[in-house]
Write a protein that binds this ligand. Structure first.
Ligand code: NAD
Ligand code: WQD
Length: 350
């Protein structure tokens, strides 16, 4: 395996994964429309690698394009052919990811996440590339607060975003069933990706309104927002606040490399794998740990529960650990330290 296409590679998880792929000697082609990112993240990835004397100039090819437009994806495969670097696998991050926006703009979400993926699969078939890692989400599950979620648990999304992710999983499963001897497909269900690369060069750079807890914690610590509004203090959890499985983005990025290696070494298959830590952290714990590790204050107040929230969403990650030869190695303290380092070095983002 030498050349990989990364759709949405300029985004949060994509940029960290590009870094891991390049560090491991792979050539990458990135297609991104920059609807939620900019090319600066890729320039920063190159900077991190140059600092450790890895030559990346000839190994990364960034192409601005939209996966909703099939010819844009075809162009990337054509460029790879001209360079005599056959794309052997795709990691597919490109997608819209806001639960709230998906309720306001459902058609954009279906068009981008589902039509975009259909275009990608058609193009992959055309260019005889049948290894695919897809970014799915724990949001597909019907949450069960009393225990860890495993891959066989019931899926029942409650918002348009989650439906688009589950629909793509099903399309990919049908595609695999139609040509079982050819496709290798892994759907990775991420839990709550947070943190940043330890260098502070790349991190999460949200554009538009921020809904997730972690970028808000760093904003409050920076004084850019007055406080965190904690949604609910009466959940059936250790301290009454919501519990989530926060996974360091670098552990997640490494999980993609492990999934690629696993897929290409094993027989053709369709597989769904949770990527989480298996450890639940409450909102209050998260805030307290962030304050302690970084010696900052993060004021908060309590609000009503947010519609659609659950008490606890934590991964059973035993499948990933057993088959991918992968283990998350960074803890919640590392998440707080690295995310804060990124925020301090990039107070206004990229
Ligand atoms: P992100 O928005 O930072 O990255 C997505 C990238 O895709 C962006 O660079 C964006 O510009 C690009 N993109 C979007 N639509 C495109 C299109 N039509 N054509 C080309 N490029 C396009 O998001 P992220 O947090 O890095 O998430 C990556 C993937 O993981 C997404 O598919 C998301 O749904 C999924 N995911 C994210 C989370 C999370 O909490 N961050 C959790 C579970 C799953
Ligand atoms: C985490 C905890 C909130 C904001 C979302 C998507 C999911 C996935 C990851 C893409 C919860 C609490 C939050 C705030 C708060 N993304 N909270 N005050 O909802 O677990 O998951 O992002 O696939 O699909 O749904 O993440 O960061 O919004 O919330 O108290 O201002 O923080 O109630 O307990 P969530 P989150």
């Amino acid at each position: 395996m030498k050349s990989i296409l990364v759709t949405g590679g300029a985004g949060f998880i994509g940029s960290h994964t590009c870094l891991v792929l390049l560090e491991n000697g792979l050539d990458i082609f990135v297609i991104d429309s920059f609807i939620n990112s900019s090319q600066i993240s890729i320039e920063k990835v190159c900077l991190v690698l140059k600092n450790v004397n890895v030559d990346v100039e000839s190994k990364i090819h960034l192409i601005k394009g939209d996966i909703k437009v099939k010819s844009d994806i075809e162009k990337v495969f054509q460029i790879s052919q001209k360079l005599n670097k056959k794309i052997e696998a795709v990691i597919h991050f490109a997608g819209l990811k806001s639960v709230s926006d998906s309720i306001l703009e459902p058609i954009s979400y279906w068009e981008n996440n589902v039509l975009g993926t259909i275009n990608l699969c058609r193009t992959m078939e055309k260019f005889d590339c049948k290894n695919l890692v897809f970014s799915s989400s724990a949001t597909v599950y019907k949450a069960k607060s009393n225990r860890l979620l495993n891959e066989n648990d019931l899926c029942e999304p409650i918002n348009p975003y989650g439906h688009t992710k589950l629909t793509v999983e099903r399309i990919l499963h049908h595609l695999f069933n139609s040509k079982k001897s050819e496709w290798r497909i892994a759907c990775l269900r991420y839990f709550n990706p947070v943190g940043a690369h330890e260098s502070g060069y790349i991190g999460e750079n949200p554009l538009g309104k921020i809904y997730n807890i972690y970028p808000q914690i760093t904003r409050v610590a920076m004084g850019k927002q007055s406080e965190i509004k904690i949604f609910g203090s009466d959940w059936q959890t250790k301290d009454g606040t919501g519990v989530r499985d926060y996974i360091h983005v670098m552990d997640l990025a490494e999980g993609h490399l492990s999934a690629l290696i696993y897929l290409t070494e094993e027989k053709p298959q369709f597989i769904t794998i949770n990527l989480g830590t298996g450890i639940g952290t409450s909102v209050l714990e998260f805030i307290r740990i962030f304050e302690k590790v970084n010696n900052v204050e993060v004021p908060f107040s309590f609000e009503n529960r947010r519609i659609g929230d659950n008490a606890s969403v934590v991964a059973d990650n035993s499948l990933a650990k057993s088959i991918l030869n992968w283990l998350p190695t960074r803890n919640i303290e590392d998440i707080c330290k690295d995310g804060w380092n990124w925020q301090l070095k990039n107070p206004n983002g990229y």
